[in-house]
Write a protein that binds this ligand. Structure first.
Ligand code: UT7
Length: 330
């Protein structure tokens, strides 16, 4: 049994936070943000709009486009660092119930911006082992809820949104997800973290800012470029696939300069590289499925085309995946 990437869906909130808006909030400029990150604007969820609400909207689209009967879905995995509730219940369980999926296995996965690639790996493993047949994976983030809007080093980067994909069992090897790499190195934990609120916290009281993200941006940037480049080179080499055979290089949308550096190292042509960072910023676990949805909805993603996914995030974690699109293009 193989695992096939059947469909994609996405959701973005309607409210836009532009660089001009941020200029009024912190000491920054549109010019600095765009030059250093490639970001122009990001989306912000409504106060009463939760991560699960966004995940449900993305999931509904993915399910509909897959042609799979919702009652045949037997597992839901949600990659998020901004769950509806920290600890419990899982956002995946809430999403499953909101979708009317009964008694499915549902759990959240914490791998920050690499979450979607990790979730893809989990889905592949469950399907190939024969334990599950149709796995709904979701990357959903309300990062605005854990962003410190007085910290110009982070608040210019992050946005909200969700993406979802249906991964299904197939006996057709040509549809199969080819390979997935995932890795981590906790010795870099302090580069990007939400330091307060957990059992490792030094605070004995929970403040409103308990979960705000803190990042050593420049150090993270350098490790990201180094790790991503070696990881994507390795997954291509191990599978004897030339970068030119990749139709869509779909990197985590953290910073245009990181994407460009990794793309250049692989000699990727401009038309191979999928970019959404300008309009959505960094949406952590949601960024890769949102980017895949972008090429799907613009009619650029067709059945059988090879995608190379790559991501990097807090943990530190990283991952890459070679994935043929096994759905129908539009
Ligand atoms: O998604 C998960 C992984 N996360 C990432 O991959 C993010 C990686 N990091 C980055 O994207 C970049 O490091 C940032 C965009 C966060 C920062 O860009 P940078 O080129 O690394 O800038 P820097 O931190 O080295 O700072 C350069 C200067 C500093 O001023 P001085 O010391 O040179 O006077 C900063 O204080 O830019 C200043 N600065 C800003 N200026 C205007 C930092 N943030 C801002 C800002 N607006 N928002």
């Amino acid at each position: 049994m193989y695992a096939a990437f059947r469909s994609i869906g996405s959701y973005v909130p309607s409210k836009i936070l532009s660089n001009a808006d941020l200029e009024k909030m912190v000491d920054t400029s549109d010019e600095w943000i765009f030059k250093r990150t490639g970001i122009k604007e990001r989306r912000i969820a409504a106060i009463d709009e939760t991560t699960s609400d966004m995940g449900v909207n993305a999931a509904k689209q993915a399910i509909e486009r897959s042609g799979i009967n919702p009652s045949d879905i037997d597992m839901v995995v949600c990659a998020t660092i901004s769950p509806d509730y920290f600890c419990m219940p899982s956002t995946a369980a809430i999403i499953a119930t909101k979708l009317g999926l009964e008694k499915v296995t549902a759990f959240d996965l914490s791998a920050a911006c690499t979450g979607f690639v990790y979730a893809l790996g989990v889905a592949k493993a469950f399907i190939e082992s024969g334990m599950k047949k149709n796995v709904l994976i979701i990357g959903a983030e309300k990062l605005s809820a854990i962003t410190d809007y007085t910290d110009r080093g982070t608040c210019i980067l992050f946005g909200d949104g969700a993406g979802a994909a249906l991964i299904s069992a197939t006996t057709d090897k040509s549809e199969a997800i080819i390979d997935i790499h995932t890795g981590s190195d906790g010795s870099y934990a302090d580069l990007l973290m939400s330091p307060n609120g957990g059992s490792g916290s030094v605070h004995d009281d929970l403040e409103a800012s308990a979960c705000f993200m803190k990042m050593k941006g420049n150090e993270t940037f350098k490790v990201a470029v180094r790790t991503l480049t070696s990881d994507v080179v390795a997954i291509l080499e191990e599978n004897k696939i030339d970068a030119s055979a990749v139709k869509h290089f779909v990197p985590h949308q953290a910073n245009y300069r990181i994407i460009k550096a990794v793309g250049d190292a692989l000699n990727m042509k401009e038309e191979q590289v999928v970019l959404t960072v300008e309009k959505y910023g960094n949406t952590s676990g949601a960024s890769i499925p949102m980017a895949i949805n972008d090429i799907y909805e613009s009619g650029r993603l067709q059945n059988g085309e090879l995608m190379l996914l790559d991501a990097f995030g807090g943990g530190l974690t990283w991952g890459s995946a070679l994935v043929p699109f096994a759905g129908k293009g539009i």
